[in-house]
Write a protein that binds this ligand. Sequence first.
Ligand code: CMP
Length: 140
Amino acid sequence: MAIERTFSMIKPDATKRNLTGAITKILEDAGLRVVASKRVWMSKREAEGFYAVHKDRAFFGELVETMTSGPTIVQVLEGENAILKNREVMGATNPANADEGTIRKTHALSIGENSVHGSDAPETAAQEIKYWFSDTEIVG
Ligand code: CMP
């Protein structure tokens, strides 16, 4: 299996509840390594740019508002099959549909305040990593 990198965020609803360490531990216990990490309070422009793919969705305004409401931890995770593994560990987008033991089942409040984000494919992982990190900030 290939060693991959994926992009992850611990969202404001989770940082506000002091869950950065708890969520990172779940990721590490699943075999993912944090090879880059920083805490950002994203601007409206950064949130709109990051989530541009959703700009025509009814929830876009609420999404941008939520993501700019507090600090976010942006991370690069590395490991075998990291993209799929991170998606499995996160659980379904809506915590009501998430499996037991997943981050969202354990910690998320709602679909809008769902505690974490993770890239869904190799192309988006590359784009999302590049959106937040320069090559020299990623130390494997
Ligand atoms: P995320 O994986 O970060 O990708 C887009 C986000 O939009 C998603 O998690 C949710 O937090 C948020 N969102 C809010 N409402 C909805 C909705 N109805 N359907 C999908 N995503 C939503």
